[in-house]
Design a protein around this ligand. Structure first.
Ligand SMILES: *Cc1c(COP(=O)(O)O)cnc(C)c1O
Length: 360
């Protein structure tokens, strides 16, 4: 049956975010920056001891226990912490709350592709200053009239980390708008912009349990900022959905934060593997910006990005690739275990030697 055009006119149409593939069979999965190691052991214990009768009841809408534990961990007030269902939920709430101006919100042309989607969904005007030839954010592009700023640090998918004085420059030039620093990968990188909170009321730092804390499946994210701003976020949240985090997530999230030692061990393991992976990639002739996240954004001057992506996929090795003009030659490769990276390199070497045969 033909759809009634008048009916369609009254329906919201959006360009959705396209998540990375989540194959349900066994593959070497290096395409969505998940952690290859399990969450802290305390998480498993808490989950085992969770009484299922508690599922009858609604969870704590304030997520007080988790908020308090995060506040203590980061040495901020518990009125400075907002939690949500993954940082995607937190970021969506931030767009809805903080980007309410007629002026365009600014974020880089090459960055987390969800920003554009939320702006579209909420009808927020935006502009995307171009990264330079080395994929670096040009801070001067953000020194102009705007309705707010957001960028990840390290940026995704480039994995480039900018030092705090760079972030501070952007904050200083934009004191009348909210600047959101999306720190999904900060634990693999360097100093967090959280250090600047005391000085800049316009700063919101967003982090997640999905990457460094090995809990993408639990969906936990958080924002930290000025109490006044966090209250605004909560007011919007309560206007949308009061019971965001489910009970297992609240409990497991709190357990994960308690185990600092395990967390630091996992991160140092991944950083070691990343540094080794860089050497191996360079050895094969790949080029990439210096990676400070748990992934590397690499291209080979002699091989087509799309073909490499497909060749790996045929061998059940999943990496991320975008068919777009500036980055079509690049693969975003998540850091897995050393063993998984070994499987990747075996496959890359086979591919390269086959191309060599064709070239003879
Ligand atoms: C992974 C990621 C997120 C979202 O993570 P959640 O799983 O929703 O917490 C947000 N921003 C960036 C830059 C990411 O890479």
């Amino acid at each position: 049956m033909e759809i009634n055009e008048n009916l369609l006119k009254n329906i919201r149409k959006v360009e959705p975010y396209v998540p990375g593939e989540q194959p349900q069979n066994k593959v070497v999965k290096l395409n969505t920056n998940e952690n290859p190691y399990p969450p802290a052991p305390g998480v498993q214990k808490a989950l085992r001891e969770l009484e299922y009768d508690r599922f009858r009841l609604y969870p704590d809408p304030t997520a007080k226990n988790l908020v308090d534990i995060l506040a203590k961990y980061y040495h901020v007030g518990n009125d400075q912490v907002f939690v949500g269902v993954g940082s995607d939920d937190v970021l969506a709430m931030c767009f809805l709350t903080f980007f309410n101006s007629e002026k365009p919100v600014l974020f880089p042309d090459i960055t987390y592709s969800f920003y554009k989607v939320w702006a579209g969904l909420y009808g927020i005007p935006y502009e995307c200053p171009k990264l330079d030839g080395d994929f670096r954010i040009q801070r001067e592009d953000y020194y102009r009239d705007n309705g707010g700023i957001i960028f990840p640090n390290p940026n995704a998918p480039t994995a480039i980390y900018e030092e705090l004085e760079f972030i501070e420059d952007i904050l200083r030039h934009n004191q009348d708008v909210i600047v959101i620093v999306d720190e999904a990968y900060i634990d693999f990188a360097g100093r967090s912009a959280l250090e600047l909170l005391a000085k800049y009321q316009n700063l919101i730092v967003v982090q997640t349990f999905s990457k460094a804390r090995s809990m993408a499946g639990m969906r936990i994210g958080y924002a930290i900022g000025d109490p006044e701003l966090v209250k605004c976020l909560n007011d919007v949240k309560y206007s949308f959905n009061s019971y965001t985090l489910n009970l297992p997530s609240l409990i497991c999230g709190a357990e994960a934060v308690k185990d600092r030692e395990y967390f630091e061990k996992v991160i140092s393991e991944i950083v070691d593997t990343r540094e080794w992976t860089k050497k191996e990639l360079r050895g094969l002739g790949f080029e990439f910006p210096d990676a400070k996240a748990n992934f590397i954004f690499a291209a080979h001057p002699d091989y087509n990005g799309e073909e490499l992506f497909q060749a790996l996929k045929r061998e059940n090795i999943y990496v991320r690739h975008w068919n777009s003009e500036r980055i079509g030659q690049y693969l975003r490769i998540s850091i897995g275990t050393k063993e998984e990276m070994g499987i990747l390199f075996d496959s890359l070497k086979r591919y390269i030697s086959k191309q060599g045969d064709y070239n003879l």
